[in-house]
Design a binder for this molecule. Structure first.
Ligand code: PRP
Ligand code: URA
Length: 228
């Protein structure tokens, strides 16, 4: 199935054409260094996560479909530009995904936001369970931005994506946005759903035995919401 999203400019893993990293600038690296530091206080962790989420949202929206729009400028000249072509909807995977909602709202103030509650087992080994879903009734007609800062094994994402597909969302209209991903997680998700898209701020090396991302930043939800 062809994606109706705009193609990504580059992909760091050649066989994963549906995956992209945001441009790895020194600024991105500096912001991520703050998040990775175990001594970063919660206030700073939240502040710099929010900055990275804004960057990620802008990158994500850049890949949605656009159509031509002609406007008249104050000089009286006509300008042939672009406008967003489709309706969008954010869907956050509770709990950590909720931390990304504000960043989406800041650039799309009226954006609908659905929720999917999924729980992993503490050791990350059992199949995650779906507990609750609430999304707009017309979600099947929208471009869906799936929000979760961490893509580790991909288990939680797969449960969420299966739920979206069950609700009628075409796979090629799902764009999964996250802060930190692993090659294993990206591979697992895109092998299962080859026409959706994944966009991440960072791609880390691997998972450890407890299924935490290495080098990673620890438990994102606990650090962001102060439950560590
Ligand atoms: C984290 C994260 C993802 C999941 C990723 O959530 O936000 O949902 O782990 O891991 P996976 O790719 O191996 O499924 P967590 O279960 O820690 O819950 P939280 O949202 O309450 O922090
Ligand atoms: N979830 C997190 O919050 N961190 C990890 O490293 C893996 C899953």
């Amino acid at each position: 199935m062809e994606s109706d999203l705009v193609p990504f400019a580059h992909t760091p893993i050649p066989h994963l054409k549906q995956f992209t990293l945001v441009n790895q600038t020194p600024q991105i690296k500096a912001l991520m260094t703050i998040l990775r530091n175990k001594d970063t206080p919660r206030r700073d962790f939240v502040f710099y996560s929010d900055r990275l989420f804004r960057i990620l949202m802008e990158e994500g929206l850049a890949h949605l479909p656009f159509s031509e729009e002609i406007v008249e400028t104050p000089t009286g000249a006509k300008y042939t530009g672009l406008k967003f072509e489709s309706k969008i909807c954010g869907v956050s995977i509770i709990r950590a995904g909720e931390s990304m909602e504000n960043a989406l709202r800041q650039i799309c103030p009226h954006c609908r936001i659905g929720k999917i509650l999924i729980q992993r087992s503490e050791d990350g080994l059992a199949i995650p369970k779906l507990f609750y879903t609430k999304v707009p009734k017309d979600i099947s007609t929208r471009q869906v931005l799936l929000l979760d800062p961490m893509l580790a094994t991909g288990g939680s994402a797969i449960v969420a994506i299966e739920e979206l597909i069950k609700l009628g969302v075409p796979e090629n209209r799902i764009l999964f946005l996250n802060l930190l991903a692993t090659p294993e997680g990206v591979d697992t998700v895109l092998s299962r759903f080859p026409s959706m898209r994944v966009c991440s701020i960072c791609l880390d090396e691997r998972l450890n035995e407890q299924k935490y991302i290495i080098p990673g930043l620890g438990d994102f939800g606990d650090r962001y919401f102060g439950t560590d």
